[in-house]
Write a protein that binds this ligand. Structure first.
Ligand code: O7M
Length: 211
């Protein structure tokens, strides 16, 4: 079974509450990041948490260890149950997020390789592999890897074993849900659900990955 994670990148409280409410029956978790938090404020986290789904903080935390710790504490106090950190900052920064997340009984995922074309300029191949290995050594719960490049997901799986892979890039970015689903633990989907005329129906169409 692969989990379906909605990337709730809408900009207002009203849209967020409407879409989260309609799609919740088809979801395993909701990912909230800068677009919504900057648009609606952190109080939206508490409101969406009321639906009872796990909330993943996509702040791609990428700072020195102390700042990473402060950001992670803030996220868990706001109601998130997982946080996403960048891995390129190095093991001490990643450890700060992992340890803080675990102190709160939550999870931490580390971005190893991104899904967009520009990701190939600096953070793919050998560097992505090194980040994935480091994420495992730091005790992270899993990594973020690109649904747009299934062959890279397979290569990163070899490195991380049974740790989780959460994977964005299907739909709007061109990744194929059927192809990527068997390779990953969680599929992150944004625009092809929240921009659909009927977001609930669009989310339901991904239900085959959850069986
Ligand atoms: O389905 P989309 O393209 O509308 O949305 C994808 C979501 O995944 C969106 O929230 C992106 O910020 C995020 N994402 C990527 O698209 N690519 C990545 O490499 C990494 C992420 C992500 O979630 O990182 C944690």
């Amino acid at each position: 079974m692969t989990e379906l994670i909605l990337a709730l990148d809408v900009l207002t409280r009203e849209e967020a509450v409407y879409i989260a409410d309609k799609t919740a029956p088809y979801l395993d978790a909701i990912k909230i990041g800068y677009p919504l938090v900057l648009g609606a404020g952190m109080k939206i986290v508490h409101e969406i948490a009321g639906l009872g789904l796990p909330l993943i903080a996509d702040f791609k935390v990428a700072d020195i260890p102390n700042t990473n710790k402060l950001i992670t504490e803030h996220a868990f106090q706001a109601g998130f149950s997982a946080i996403i950190a960048q891995g390129f900052t190095g093991s001490d920064s990643v450890e700060a997020c992992v340890e803080t997340a675990h102190d709160y009984g939550g999870s931490c995922y580390v971005v190893s390789e991104m899904s967009h074309p520009g990701a190939l300029e600096f953070l793919s191949g050998e560097n992505a592999a090194r980040i994935a290995k480091m994420a495992v050594e730091c005790g992270a719960d899993g990594i973020i890897a690109p649904a747009t490049r299934p062959e890279r997901v397979k290569a990163l799986r070899e490195i991380i074993g049974s740790k989780k892979i959460l994977s964005p890039g299907v739909g709007a970015q061109g990744g194929d849900a059927k192809e990527i689903a068997p390779l990953i633990d969680g599929m992150i989907v944004g625009r092809s659900i929240y921009n659909a005329e009927d977001p609930a129906k669009a989310a339901e169409e991904y239900s085959f990955i959850r069986r």
